[in-house]
Design a protein around this ligand. Structure first.
Ligand code: SF4
Ligand code: SF4
Length: 263
């Protein structure tokens, strides 16, 4: 059982003249975006509720949802129950498998591999707090993006599982489509995102994404520098919001020659 078969794949034959997409104002609203999807480690996981073997559990310490591989008998109920199609039956092992939230890394205070390795530096992993006063922390990166700035939303919230992956929605895609995917708050999220160009705090948080393999428990922005701190308040990394420009003079007087970038 591969629940996403045919959805995330490119299909069809490449014809004699190749494939192309034309973006022009011909009345057809062309748009696309890529949505990386992993298990959302839902607050109310349908996979967990569906398992007759009670093989699935949610860890109280970090919220990661795991399948106990020794209890699973491969009935596939979790595969059918997960509306995000994130549990998969492995015909070789004959049991179900899913994202493990990289719990060995998380236990060491590190972010999951898909976050660490994202070359676009668009991902951050952390721990969200409830939104009410006294619980949420504005200096917690996840609370800040979700509760304070309200620019990150869960996908298909109407399914009721409270998925714990939040997306900053794309601004150019079809708004009706985005509304059914991210819910009615998508307009507010996109407007807030568009207003970030003068918001140095959020810019600072965005440059901290991908700047460290460690979990950022709090952050601060001072004098154009973004600082990330661990759970003990120790600094992990600091990054300038504006990347410094290094200009190399082409003529190197020490060797009397012009340096070029080609060998
Ligand atoms: S996304 Fe699916 S597999 Fe992951 S916790 Fe939620 S219901 Fe379970
Ligand atoms: S890298 Fe880790 S957290 Fe990311 S999808 Fe894979 S198992 Fe899940």
């Amino acid at each position: 059982m591969y629940p996403n078969a045919g959805e995330d794949d490119c299909v069809g034959n490449v014809g004699e003249h190749g494939l192309h997409i034309t973006l022009k104002d011909d009345g057809h609203n062309n748009w696309f975006f890529y949505l990386p999807r992993t298990c959302a480690h839902c607050t109310y996981p349908a996979c967990l509720a569906s398992c007759p073997r009670k093989a699935i559990y949610k860890r109280p310490e970090d919220g990661i949802v795991l399948i106990d591989q020794s209890r699973c008998k491969g009935y596939g109920e979790c595969v059918r129950a997960c509306p995000y199609k994130k549990s998969m039956y492995n015909p070789h092992t004959r049991i179900s498998e899913k994202c493990v939230g990289c719990y060995p890394a998380v236990e060491e205070g590190k972010q999951p591999m898909c976050v660490q390795n994202c070359i676009g530096r668009i991902r951050i992993m952390g721990f969200i707090n409830p939104p009410w006063p006294g619980k949420m922390r504005k200096n917690n990166p996840i609370d800040y993006l979700v509760h304070e700035k309200k620019i990150a939303l869960p996908y298909y919230p109407q399914l009721g599982l409270e998925p714990n992956i939040y997306y900053i929605p794309p601004i150019h895609a079809n708004r009706d489509y985005l509304t059914q995917m991210f819910g009615p708050r998508v307009d507010e999220a996109i407007e807030n995102y568009k207003n970030l160009k003068n918001d140095v705090v959020t810019q600072g948080l965005l440059v901290l994404m991908g700047a460290t393999d460690r979990i950022i428990h709090s952050f601060d922005v001072k004098n154009g520098i973004a600082y990330a701190y661990d759970d003990k308040g120790m600094e992990i990394v600091n990054v300038p919001i504006k990347e410094p420009l290094a200009e190399r003079i082409a003529y190197d007087s020490s060797i009397g020659s012009i340096r070029v970038n080609t060998p």
